[in-house]
Ligand binder design. Structure first.
Ligand SMILES: [Zn+2]
Ligand SMILES: [Zn+2]
Length: 403
């Protein structure tokens, strides 16, 4: 694994040597035709699936990515070893990629957003790109200072080889193929479903500025990771199922471990978050306002205003003044604030920050329309293009971006 991001980003190969084991694990599953499927191997498969799913949720995700609880250095190492036995690369790589995901969820910069690159790419395609193989150790500097974790980072495949060897010793070829390979492939796709499905299917209880969803079926298979919208709303919580009926087995085990003194400082969502009464952060407000503003086409609005000022006493200057100072006035095709509010209510989950989102979206729309109005008509197309390049232009015809 390379730590030199710049060097790796120069190449964007579709395949690189590190993904070969990933493909071999899949191909190896077919060998069950020759190895047979013993009951002992199926039992190993079930135990390894649930044990390592706990290590993925409680280790890779809630501990190494989010520091949702504290533990000893020994248990930290055990968690890292067990998580890495699922062959999903080092805990440092996983946590760095995941922290990046939360910083840029469902924007162009998100490495696995179904919104931008499609479902299959977000599920599995992204790992085939060499540039995603690099680890930004700066993002995980809190853990990169442990030499034992750096060792696991350097020899990331060792834990998986050790567990695979153990399966072979216990139950022979069937133990290796069915016990180890089958459970490893199931774990790959259960984990990847959180990147893909949990950003496409399910309910949104919280406004998070991204596409994260709560999906009960995924939560069952991933021991609680399917409550992904809850998680995006309050990331540092060790508990992801916020309601009593939101089954979150990883959290129940963490609570049991805390009673035994193995983990402590288990972080919980605060009351306002549980009641969905928390004020949204500025980044979430901005992203949500951009989604709302994109429902309206500033180019059409500017054109309508231009043609209407010829028919009335209004000049473009008057129209600009009205746009900037009288949001309550109806101006050819320009939606009123109330219309934006109605659209926001239909688009988003309940939040006490809705007015803030609507105000920001209105500002964005007015900015875009004003910019198009102050420019002479033949240049409008060029301005729209440059706005789009600068990330200002709010988009084409109104269309739904969120389900
Ligand atoms: Zn996510
Ligand atoms: Zn997370």
């Amino acid at each position: 694994m390379s730590d030199n991001i710049d060097q790796d980003q120069e190449h964007d190969d579709i395949m690189y040597p590190h993904v070969v084991p990933f493909l071999l694990v899949h191909a190896g599953c077919v060998a069950a035709i020759w190895s047979g499927v013993s009951w002992q191997a199926i039992a190993i498969c079930a135990v390894l699936y649930w044990l390592r799913m706990f290590a993925i949720g409680a280790g890779y995700h809630r501990y190494f990515s989010h520091r949702a609880y504290a533990t000893s250095r020994v248990f930290q190492f055990l968690l890292a070893f067990l998580a890495q036995s699922s062959a999903q690369k080092s805990v440092l790589w996983w946590a760095a990629k995941h922290r990046h995901h939360h910083l840029h969820s469902d924007t162009e910069e998100d490495v696995h957003s179904p919104r931008h690159k499609g479902f299959v790419y977000s599920h599995v395609g992204w790992i085939f790109h060499r540039r995603h193989d690099a680890t930004d150790l700066v993002k995980v500097s809190d853990f990169a200072s442990y030499p034992e974790l750096m060792l696991l980072h350097k020899f990331e495949i060792l834990p998986a080889l050790a567990v695979a060897g153990l399966c072979f010793l216990i139950a022979g070829w069937s133990g290796l193929v069915v016990g180890f390979l089958w459970s490893t492939v199931l774990l790959y796709h259960a984990t990847f479903c959180i990147n893909s499905l949990a950003h496409v299917h399910g309910r949104k209880r919280y406004v998070t500025g991204d596409d994260s969803r709560n999906n009960w079926l995924l939560a069952v298979f991933t021991m609680g990771e399917g409550w992904h919208n809850n998680h995006h709303a309050y990331q540092s919580s060790a508990r992801q199922g916020f309601r009593w009926w939101e089954i979150d087995v990883t959290y129940y085990i963490l609570m049991a471990l805390s009673w035994l003194g193995i983990v402590w400082d288990v972080r919980m969502p605060p009351e306002p978050v549980l009641r969905n009464e928390q004020r949204l952060g500025s980044r979430v407000v901005r992203r949500t306002a951009e989604q709302l503003a994109r429902r309206f086409n500033p180019e059409n609005i500017a054109l309508a205003i231009r043609s209407s000022v010829h028919e009335t006493e209004l000049s473009v200057r008057d129209a600009l003044f009205l746009l900037q100072h009288r949001a309550d006035l109806r101006l050819a095709n320009m939606p009123t604030r109330d219309q934006l509010l109605a659209e926001a209510q239909s688009m988003f989950a309940k939040t006490i920050s809705l007015d803030e989102i609507v105000d920001r979206a209105y500002e964005l729309l007015v900015e875009s329309v004003c910019l198009l109005l102050v420019v002479p008509p033949p240049m409008v197309g060029a301005v729209a293009k440059s706005q789009a390049n600068a990330g200002i232009y709010l988009g084409a015809s109104p269309h739904r971006l969120d389900g």
